[in-house]
Every structure is written in structure tokens, then in C-alpha cells.
Ligand binder design. Structure first.
Ligand code: HEC
Ligand code: HEC
Length: 262
């Protein structure tokens, strides 16, 4: 995250810095603490875990042929897959195999990750036995060390919103977007780049997630935004603002669902 400060305008940087010591989010229970990077062991297992972390944070570099947009896994699974309510890897590892209504079958973790490549990364699924999937599973396994299995963990998955008081409205959402999001993601939603580096990822348009992705569902995006955006100032929008801005972002153009287009 700090490398990002180099790319920022003064306004963006001050916004980020102002946000950094933000206190724990309201109503949040104590969440599982994953081990720190310095605890990754040496040897072949540790090497695979470290490889998984590189794929996770620099997906376009380390898994280039499977990626079709400007996002990384960390664009949504914040803080290298550690942040509660941003579908953290420690919560994921202990809840697979799991039944999913998306395809009506019991999925393994590797298959779930393949789904994020196809839809969230607008790319193609790496084979289950590829180093790409194996390293991401190893990274998830390592991060879940000591996490209980078979119970619901606080902060697992994305935050589930209560139904909105008023029907989510893209028009009101546009105003929220201009005030709270455009500085980083751009008024045109296409993100901000600095040279070849993506400083802030696109939230719509051809280089963002496709229509089949989890965040293309307004409720899922609202829950993500509520707890995580503006970056480092999660839980500062009202529920209605989160619903409205999600309705606005998801009403904008993005790549088609690959299951529906050929
Ligand atoms: C555009 C946002 C986005 C990107 C990019 C993304 N994901 Fe996801 N991912 C999601 C959403 C949304 C979910 C569903 C979480 C839920 O339903 O609670 C999810 C779920 C998951 C899960 C299961 C989590 C759970 O608790 O069940 C894993 C594991 C995962 N993603 C891994 C990855 C990996 C690895 C990458 C990079 C190759 C990636 N994701 C890229 C949005 C994204
Ligand atoms: C201070 C800058 C900043 C602001 C303001 C901000 N974001 Fe983000 N946002 C980010 C960054 C950086 C990431 C990627 C996180 C990472 O890679 O670590 C991100 C990720 C996202 C993502 C997932 C990835 C993608 O591009 O689709 C969505 C969706 C999103 N933001 C929506 C919003 C919305 C909606 C708002 C306004 C309520 C907002 N953001 C405000 C910096 C910001």
C-alpha cells in the first residue's frame, strides 16, 4: 500500500494518510489474526506460500496468461487477503469444500479461485494442478493456521447488508460516487494509472470485473463498499449510501458474463 503513495496527487495522498489510523470498525467483533509474513517457513512449502502471495498481489505479473483486466486479487481481497469483510483467505480456507448455488455443486477451494479468475479477473481459469492455483491454495492454507473449522468466523466473506430502506438509486449513487470515490477511481470509473502501474483500479469499463462477478451483484458490492471504501475509511458511508453507490457503479458498462457471450 505504501508504494502507492508515490503515485498520488497531494489530494489523494492526504486523503489516504488522514484515513490510516482509523479505529476498528463499529460493532466489529474480534476477528481471527493470521500469522505474519515473517513466520513463513523456509524450504519448499514456504517457497510455494511466498509464490502464492506474489500471484495474489501482482496477479498480472505472476499469472499473466490467466488475467484479462487491470485488477489483482488484492484489489478486492484487501491487505493481501487478510482484511475482515473483504473475503479474507483465512476465512476462505476453512470453509471449503462448500456447496455453491452459482453452479449447484460442492466446490473445492481451487475451483472457487478459478471462478475469481474467470469473472472477477475477467480472464481464464488456471488448471487445478497448475502452480498458480496450488500456490494460492498454499498461501490460503498457511494464512488460516490455527483458525477453527466448521464455525462461522467474524469477518469471513463479504459483509451482508440488511435490505435497503429505500430502493437503491443510481442517481443518488452518482452523487455519492462524485464525492467519495472519483478522486481515486476517476470520474470516468476507469481508475488511475502511473506509467505502467495501476495506482487505483478501474471500477467499471473494459479493464474491470465482468458481469458474472460477485461484485456485479448490487448487494455484494454494497457490502464490500460499506466495510472497505473509501480505502482505509470503511464503515463511514451510511447503508443507504453504500446501496446507492453500488447501484450506480453496477449500472455502468463492463465486460459481458463469459457464460452468456461467445
Ligand atoms: C473484483 C473483485 C474480486 C477480485 C479481483 C477477486 N475476487 Fe475473489 N471474491 C470476490 C467476491 C465478491 C467473492 C465472494 C465473497 C462472498 O460471497 O462472501 C470472492 C470470493 C473469493 C474466495 C472465497 C472466499 C470465501 O470466503 O468463500 C476466494 C478464495 C477468492 N475469492 C480468491 C481470489 C483470488 C485468488 C483472486 C485473484 C486471482 C480473486 N479472488 C480476485 C471478489 C474478487
Ligand atoms: C483513497 C482512494 C480511494 C477511494 C476514495 C476509494 N477507493 Fe475504492 N479502491 C482503492 C484502492 C487502492 C483499491 C484497491 C485496493 C488494493 O489493491 O489494495 C480499491 C478497490 C475498490 C474496488 C474493487 C476493485 C475494483 O476496481 O473494482 C471497488 C469496487 C471500489 N474500490 C469501489 C469504491 C467506491 C464505490 C468508492 C467510494 C465510496 C471508493 N472505492 C473509494 C482506493 C480508493
Amino acid at each position: 500500500m505504501n508504494k502507492r503513495l508515490l503515485f498520488l496527487s497531494l489530494a489523494q495522498a492526504s486523503l489516504l494518510l488522514w484515513g490510516i489510523p482509523f479505529p476498528a470498525q463499529a460493532g466489529e467483533q474480534a476477528t481471527f489474526q493470521p500469522p505474519s509474513d515473517s513466520e513463513i517457513p523456509s524450504g519448499p512449502f514456504g517457497d510455494l506460500v511466498r509464490k502464492g502471495e506474489l500471484v495474489f498481489t501482482q496477479t498480472g505479473t505472476y499469472a499473466k496468461k490467466y488475467v484479462g483486466n487491470d485488477l489483482t486479487c488484492e484489489s478486492c481481497h484487501l491487505d493481501r487477503g487478510r482484511k475482515p469483510y473483504a473475503a479474507p483467505l483465512w476465512g476462505a480456507y476453512v470453509s471449503y469444500p462448500r456447496f455453491r448455488t452459482k453452479n449447484n455443486k460442492v466446490s473445492r477451494l481451487g475451483e472457487r479461485i478459478q471462478g475469481c479468475f474467470r469473472f472477477s479477473m475477467n480472464g481464464t481459469a488456471p488448471p487445478l494442478d497448475s502452480e498458480t492455483i496450488r500456490s494460492l491454495v498454499a498461501y490460503s492454507f498457511w494464512m488460516s493456521r490455527g483458525a477453527p473449522v466448521g464455525v462461522k468466523l467474524a469477518g469471513q466473506g463479504m459483509y451482508r447488508m440488511s435490505p435497503p430502506a429505500r430502493k437503491p438509486d443510481p442517481g443518488r449513487g452518482k452523487t455519492v460516487y462524485a464525492a467519495r470515490c472519483a478522486l481515486c477511481h476517476g470520474a470516468d470509473g476507469l481508475g488511475t494509472t502511473s506509467g505502467h502501474d495501476v495506482a487505483f483500479p478501474p471500477v467499471w469499463g473494459p479493464r474491470s470485473y465482468n458481469m458474472g462477478a460477485g461484485l456485479a451483484k448490487v448487494g455484494k458490492l454494497a457490502g464490500f463498499v460499506k466495510m472497505n471504501m473509501p480505502l482505509s475509511k470503511g464503515d463511514t458511508l451510511s447503508d443507504q449510501e453504500a446501496w446507492d453507490v453500488a447501484a450506480y457503479v453496477d449500472s455502468q458498462p463492463r465486460p459481458a458474463d463469459p457464460r452468456k457471450s461467445r
